[in-house]
Ligand binder design. Structure first.
Ligand SMILES: Nc1ncnc2c1ncn2[C@@H]1O[C@H](COP(=O)(O)OP(=O)(O)OP(=O)(O)O)[C@@H](O)[C@H]1O
Ligand SMILES: [Mg+2]
Length: 257
């Protein structure tokens, strides 16, 4: 089994003129290629910052990190990383279709030409039919978030980083998109790191759930759900073993907040 992301003794934080601010210290983490890992943790523990370091949007303070077998910078350059940010950031002056296709237009050296109808397929997959010509201000918050997800998928990245992508959605839409995302993951074999504040969502989506604590930011435990789920990572939300795994995580999180 190959490793998609490996962090060794990694310090993550921010460089200031006076001193460095460390958010997570000494992180050791290995994520397998094709794994679906969900991340739970109190506000401020460093979840978004960790994704930003993996995506090469922020340099690590110390230690080593490899992403898809190389430096995060190379992984980003080869366009293997899709990122759905915590707040959907669409370009207001571009319509839905152009926002989705944006990654294929920047940089000028697209990895591969866009397959025909790919945008239409994504629009349809994310339930955005008929909205392709609309502008972001003509969409609901949840629709904007779905455009952001389509945009992250347009280049079929090997690694998908998702930072609370469904936080703004109603529960029914969220459940539906959870299932859509699982279907995409099964079809593509993309490695997914998915941050959420919902214990249910973390358990439903993840093969493993990484539970974090704050002050200082750290990994409390990584819960492997392999025994509870089917080989293709399916489970029932009503399964008593799922419910008891959730209860354990809640206790850990309460202690960590
Ligand atoms: N540019 C920055 N300079 C210094 N500290 C920062 C900066 N950006 C974020 N922080 C701090 O880093 C810590 C981690 O922030 P981060 O956004 O990673 O948290 P999070 O786990 O994603 O929280 P949430 O669940 O609220 O999204 C917070 O204490 C935050 O205040
Ligand atoms: Mg965050």
């Amino acid at each position: 089994m190959s490793i998609a992301i490996e962090c060794k003794n990694l310090d993550i934080g921010f460089r200031n003129a006076e001193s460095d601010v460390t958010i997570i210290a000494g992180l050791d983490l290995a994520i397998e290629t094709g794994e679906f890992l969900t991340i739970l943790g109190p506000s401020g523990c460093g979840k978004s910052t960790l994704l930003r370091v993996i995506a090469d949007l922020l340099g690590p303070l110390k230690g080593t990190i490899s992403v898809l077998g190389s430096d995060p910078h190379l992984a980003r350059q080869s366009r293997q990383i899709g990122f759905v940010f915590q707040d959907a950031t669409l370009l207001p002056w571009r319509n839905v279709r152009d926002n989705i296709e944006l990654p294929t237009r920047v940089g000028g050296n697209a990895r591969k030409p866009l397959p025909e109808n790919r945008t239409d397929a994504l629009i349809s997959m994310l339930g955005l039919d008929g909205l392709g010509e609309r502008f972001p201000h003509q969409l609901s918050g949840g629709q904007r978030q779905r455009v952001a997800i389509a945009r992250a998928l347009i280049e079929e990245p090997q690694l998908l980083l998702m930072d609370e992508p469904f936080g703004a959605l109603d529960e029914i839409t969220r459940d539906r998109l959870n299932n859509e995302l699982l279907a995409i993951w099964r079809r593509t074999g993309t490695t997914i790191l998915f941050v959420t504040h919902s214990i249910m969502e973390a358990v439903y989506l993840g093969q493993r759930v990484m539970v974090m604590a704050t002050n200082p930011g750290r990994v409390l435990e990584i819960v492997d759900l392999g025994e509870i789920k089917t080989a293709d990572n399916a489970c029932s939300r009503e399964d008593p073993r799922i419910i008891s795994a959730m209860a354990e995580m809640r206790v850990a999180l309460e202690a960590a907040s």
